[in-house]
Write a protein that binds this ligand. Sequence first.
Ligand SMILES: NC(=O)c1ccc[n+]([C@@H]2O[C@H](COP(=O)([O-])OP(=O)(O)OC[C@H]3O[C@@H](n4cnc5c(N)ncnc54)[C@H](O)[C@@H]3O)[C@@H](O)[C@H]2O)c1
Length: 333
Amino acid sequence: MKILVCGGAGFIGSAFIKNYLKNNPTHKIKNLDSLTIGSNLDNLKEIKNNSNYEFIKDDIKNQEVIEKITKDVDVVVNFAAESHVDRSIANPQPFIETNILGTYSILEAIRKHDKQFIHISTDEIYGDAHGKSSFDEDSQINPSNPYAATKAAADHLVASYHRTYGINCITTRCTNNFGPNQFPEKLIPKTIIRSIKDLKVPLYGDGQQIRSWIYVYDHVQAIESLISKGKSGQVYNITAYEEITNKSIVEKILKILEKSNDMVEYVGDRPGHDKRYSIDCSKIERDVGWKPTFSFDSALENTIQWYLDNQDWWEPLVDETTLHPQPWTLNWK
Ligand SMILES: NC(=O)c1ccc[n+]([C@@H]2O[C@H](COP(=O)([O-])OP(=O)(O)OC[C@H]3O[C@@H](n4cnc5c(N)ncnc54)[C@H](O)[C@@H]3O)[C@@H](O)[C@H]2O)c1
């Protein structure tokens, strides 16, 4: 099997590549990434000399290149995206370009060469689940912020290409991920790093926002299972643990790092902030037999230990922007 992974130098894409090549050592992966925010080729240092792995620096919007590579592979898995909600609030334009036009570029290549497409989306496209039951794959799409809206637009494009042109595709909608190699601006790494540095830890609003989480290595294993066992044209929700408030997550991290809860600093809330995300993932268990294998507490401990042991990975990425308490207020281009 030959796979084109787009966005494989980022957090989840790099975990997918390492996990996939470990499980399938004779398969081949090409990783195309434009090396923008969140990317880091260091995430892949263990496999950079593997003869079944090749890195290509390019943009998913470069249709000519995407078409050429797609012709030569069996599957395209797209992780490439502008992925940070706070940045999308400060400046939506790159989100519209990469998340919508980039997906369109890949879809055209898939249509032309008749290959399988795994489109990595997010549970954020369903919007706020506050006061509602968990969303399943047929629930209404109701995004609240520019990031989620661009991901939702891409989901609609993928569904339309399946219905209109009959392309072979699967869409995944996963909850919040955490684990090693996550860019410092996201909640869990930011909390860990600020705590290690004895800086106040920001909580947006009242900290009562509810999320469910998944360890990144459970997520990438789910994607791998879907490549062989998922049904074309289907959407699969992916999640793992009980729902938990942001405040509880932050307090768990502080406890593991033996820091006081007094380090928490309540800051103004993110505009349009969804109070709760909640999805039902019984379909992937039923159709594919996938289940998470890591417990939340052990995965969180592994993650904290990784950030303690790998300060040389995150220290060069850390500045006033990545650790900012209210990043949407910054003037991002
Ligand atoms: N992180 C989460 O909790 C989460 C949850 C659900 C879904 N997702 C989705 O998973 C995917 C990966 O998320 P992540 O957290 O690893 O993000 P990330 O920001 O860490 O990685 C994104 C990667 O895409 C690359 N990229 C961006 N624009 C590109 C372009 N135009 N051409 C080529 N490469 C480009 C970046 O350089 C980076 O390496 C995204 O589609 C995101 O929407 C993430």
